[in-house]
Design a protein. Sequence first.
Length: 709
Amino acid sequence: MTTRRHGSKALSPTRRGFLKGTAAVGVGFALPGLWTGRRARAATAAPGLSDPALQPKFVNLAPNALAPGFIYRPDRKGRYEVCIAETKQKTGLIDPSTGRRLKTKVWGYGDDDFVSWPGKTFQVKSVSAGGPDETTVRWSNELDAEKHLLPVDTNLHWCFSLHGDSSANGVDYRQFSIEEDGVPIITHLHGGNTDFQFDGNPEFFYTEDGEVTGPQWDFVPGGFTNKFRYNNDVPAGNLWYHDHALGITRLNVYAGLAGFYFVRDEFDTGLPDNPLGLPAYPYELAYAIQDRMFTDKGALFYPAFPGDPFYDDFITGEGAILPPDLFPGGGPTALAEFFGDHMLVNGLIWPKADVEPRNYRMRLLNGTDSRFMVIQFVVVNAGDTDPSAGVPIPFHVIGSDQGLGSPAETDTLVFEPGGRYDVVVDFSQVPFGSRVIMKNLGGDSPFGGAFGGDLAPEDVFPDRQTDRIMAFDVVVPMSSVPEAFSPLTLEGYGGVPGEATTRRVALFEGTDEFGRLQPLLGTVNDGDLNTTNVATAYTWFQPTTETPDLDSTEIWEIYNFTADAHPVHLHLVNFEILDRQDFEYDVTGIQTTLQHNGTTGEAPAISNIRNLTAASLGAEYFEAAPKDMVTALPGDPEGVPATGQVVRIKAHFDKPGRYVWHCHILSHEDHEMMRVLEVRDDDDDDDDNDDHDDHDDNDNDDHDDDYDD
C-alpha cells in the first residue's frame, strides 16, 4: 500500500459516501444499504430564490470584527451583558430589478447598542498579560419569536424531543414547543478551556428567561444560570462563540448566532508595539466567512421541503421514506449537508477592503455548515470580479485555532468548517492599484480531498459564484506606521508534552429509521489491529465511551470509515496533530444503531483493520499549531479492499465534567455525529456532574446582586 498525499492533484474527485450497494471485502456478497458515490448538487437560482450571479461583487466595504467600535465593552466591574435577539440588517443584497437594498431578518448577539450578525467581538487579556482569572458573561435569551426563522425538523433528536426515558432528568420535553415555550439556545465558547457547566453542552439549553431548561442543569449545584465564566489562564488565541442547542445548532448558527472571541497575552497583545512585530489594528483584520441562500426578497432560505435544493439528493434520491403523519408535505426534514450559493464575510455578501501595500494580519474563521474552502489570494486587474485568471501570491500561515504555531509559507490553504487560521498577506508584492481576490478552490459538495481542477462538474454549482469570497484593492497610500513583521520572530509550536495513553475512535456513515443519511461516531476496540478488532457506531444518548481521567494526556486515533472528510472538534482542550496513516479494512455486514425514539437505524459493520501505512499531507494543509479542529480525511470505502485513514491527535484533559466531541459539519452534529466526552475525577465519589462548581455565588439567581447596580 503506497503513501498518498491528500489534497494533491493526483486525487480522484470527491465522492459522496452514502450507504448503498458495493461488495464487501472478503465476504463475497453485496450489502444492501452500504456505500454509494452520490454527490450533492443544488439547483441554484431557483424561482423565488436570490440569483447570486445578479448580486453585486466587491462593492461594499467589509466590516472588520476587530474595529474598536465592534468590540464589547465590559461594565465597571469587568463583566459583560450580552443578549440574543432578533433584528434586521443589510447584507449587501439588492433587488436586481430595482437596485433597492434589501434587509434580512436574522438573530444576533448584542448589547445595549445593537444586535448583529455576527455578534460583537470579545477581546480579553490572559492572566499572563495581567487580565482577571475569568471573564464573566451573562447570555440573555430574548428571542420572543413564536416560531423559528428556519424550518425545524421535530423528528430529529433535539431539545424538545427528549422524553422521560432519554433525558437525564426524566422530564418529557415533548410537552414543549417553540410556538408555546420559545426558542432554546445555549452558547458555546469554541476553543475555551471552560468549566463544564459553562461550556455550552447541547443539553444545557434554555428558552427565554430560563422558562424551560435542559436536563443537564439539574446536575449543577444551584441549577440554571445564564451567567457564564470563562478561564483566562490561557495563551493568546482566536476563539469564537456560537449557539450549540441540541439538534438545532445548524439552524441557530445559520440564523446568525456566532461571533469572535480573542484572547491576548503578553506576546500577542494586539497592540502596535507587540514584541512579536505582528501587524496590529488597523492592519489586523478579523473575518468570519459563511455561506447562505436567500429568497429574492432578502430573507434567509434554508432547504427542508420537496423541490428545495438538495432535497432530491438526500431524501428522494437516497430512497428515504418520510411518513406523511410525521413529515406533512414531505418536510420539514434535516438534510445531510448544506452549501450556500452566496458567500458572506462578517454578514456581508462578497465585500471588499481597501488596503495599503504592506503586511496585513487576517484572523479567518470558517463559520459555514458544511463547506470546506481551499483559499488562495490571486492578483487580478483593478475592478475585476472573476478570480479564474488570477495569479496566486504566497502568504504566511502563522497560527491556527488556539494560537500561534510554526510559520509556513504557502499559496493555498485548506480551510475546514469550524477552523480558524492566522495568516499574514503582504500586499506590497502586487502592483499598486491592482486587486487581490480571496479565491475558493473548494467545491460545493462534500470534501474528500479534491479541489480546483480535480473537481467534477457535479461538484460545483452551475454559474458558480462561490469561487470568490472577497477582494482587497491595493489603493491606499502607505502610511508612516513602520513594518515590523517577520516570521523568523515567531518561536514555533512545541506540541503537547508528556506521556500518553491511546484511545481509538471512529467515524461512520449510516442511515436513520427513515433511511436518511446519518453520520455517526464510535469506537475501535483495543484488540490487535491486525486481527479481530471491531468498530462500533453509537448515537448521542448511548452510554459514554470517551472517559479520560482528570489530568491525563491521551492520544486519540480517529479512524474514518466514510468517503468524506470530517472536521472533528473536541471541547475543553487544544491538541497536537501527530500523524496520519492509511489502512485497509473489511465490511462484514450491518450493525443496528439505536435511535432516540426507540427505533433503529443501520451502519456498516467494520472489522480487520490492517496494513497501516504512513500518509502525508500537501503544503495546502497547515497543522503545526495548537488546534481544536482536525480534518479526518477519507480513504475509499468502495474500493476492494476498502480503505480509510486514521489521524492521531494528542491532548491533555485538565478539567472534570461532561463535555462533547463531534463533527463540526453542523448538519452532521445535529443528526447524531456527536458524543459525550466525560472527564472523570477518580478522587471524587459524588455524581459526575456534581462537584465541579467552585463558584458559590448563587448563580441561579436571576436577580444576582452583581448585576443590580
